[in-house]
Design a protein around this ligand. Structure first.
Ligand code: SF4
Length: 375
């Protein structure tokens, strides 16, 4: 698998809980796409002639930019590499940007999977999350997208200020009734230096506690799997054949090439497995779209091992015990002791020599990985 990722760093406003790299001045859109075209040419040797399995427009808010820019970049890529009708082309979108004409234009441009930032189906919670759309916008947009796109994903957040279990259950019911092919469930996390972090620090609002959040996560797991969605990653559920190929390939440590400010890349080069990140600064990116990087590193053996442990546990594929025994630095006794402890807690299962997280273990994925990483 080989994928391309484009980071489109524009949003109308910063949501109070978000710490992504983005800017809220749309005046730079045209210059951004000029820079993107230059970066694409400069990286052509890294992907030209290769079959591209997935393209992902993330952000920021890719639906905020005119569709003609998206179409133009896809044409540029199609002129350099192998795109086919099988290539998954996903665009992240917010409901307030999507009317039927825009949806039609995105589909005509080659987008075949829409990932809609619904976040909530209740107006009270949408206001608490600082989102611009209403619950009605969300339902209407998802329905209209489902009529036009072969695959639609929605994001939902649980654990917003003032959220009750009953409200969350009702939102899950709405999601299941609409029946998008893919649902991502995120627990609201408090990122440092965000507006939400400051408000919580000042006592202006209070988020549900860990146990309440965990029970919302379990509720989502029960209802979505009960409705036929496969739980294929910690936060992700899909109907058969509708998992995100782009995300799944990055969790499987397959290659991807990132474009745009702050975009990461992971490539198998002559030196080994290489990760690098474009500059997280729009002005540096615009000044030097092909050269401004924040970091570049060839992974050491220990880094490769830790990544494999961390990422494989997140997905159903799991981790071979043999791989752990060969690569860890804990000592075999300690490794076995930790595996037995995690199994006794009900967080992992070991079948046919493969460690996988249980449903309950998905809640503690980071803790489990932390127990098994090299030291
Ligand atoms: S729309 Fe998405 S990327 Fe933009 S500020 Fe809100 S959460 Fe962050």
């Amino acid at each position: 698998m080989f994928s391309l990722y484009v980071h489109i760093p524009f949003c109308r406003e910063r949501c109070p809980y978000c710490d992504f790299f983005l800017i809220t001045r749309p005046g730079f859109v045209e210059r951004f796409f000029e820079a993107l075209a230059i970066e694409t040419v400069s990286k052509a040797s890294l992907f030209a002639g290769r079959a591209i399995d997935a393209i992902h427009f993330g952000g920021g808010t890719p639906s905020l930019v005119p569709v003609s820019f998206i179409a133009g970049w896809l044409e540029q890529v199609a002129g350099l590499a192998g795109l086919s009708t099988e290539t998954e082309v996903t665009l992240e979108a917010n409901p307030e940007d999507l009317d039927p004409a825009t949806l039609n234009a995105l589909r005509a441009a080659g987008v075949n999977r829409l990932s809609i930032g619904v976040q909530s189906f209740t107006n009270r919670k949408l206001r608490a999350l600082g989102r611009a759309h209403s619950a009605g916008d969300a339902v209407r947009t998802v329905s209209q997208a489902l009529e036009r796109f072969p695959s639609v994903s929605i994001d939902l957040i649980c654990g917003a200020a003032g959220e009750s279990a009953g409200e969350w259950e009702e939102e899950l019911r709405t999601a299941i009734r609409l029946r998008p092919q893919h649902v991502s469930i995120y627990m609201l996390t408090l990122e440092e230096k965000t507006r939400l972090w400051r408000d919580v620090g000042k006592g202006l609002c209070e988020l549900p506690g860990e146990e309440q959040q965990a029970s919302m996560y379990r509720q989502a797991m029960t209802m979505l799997t009960g409705a036929g969605y496969g739980h294929y990653e910690v936060s992700n559920y899909a109907l058969e054949g509708h998992h995100s190929r782009y995300n799944l390939s990055s969790w499987r440590r397959e290659e991807y090439l990132g474009f745009g400010p702050s975009a990461h890349s992971f490539l198998h080069t002559a030196e080994g497995e290489e990760r690098f990140s474009n500059a997280s600064n729009l002005h540096r990116y615009l000044a030097d779209p092909s050269g401004a990087v924040d970091f570049r590193e060839v992974l050491s053996g220990a880094q490769r091992f830790d990544e494999e442990v961390f990422l494989s546990l997140r997905i159903r594929k799991g981790l071979a015990v043999e791989f752990l025994r060969k690569g860890h630095t804990l000592g075999l006794d300690l490794l076995d002791e930790r595996l037995a402890r995690l199994q006794a807690k009900g967080w992992i299962a070991i079948d046919n020599g493969v460690v996988t997280l249980t449903g309950e273990g998905f809640l503690f994925a980071d803790l489990v990985a932390g127990e098994l990483l090299s030291e």
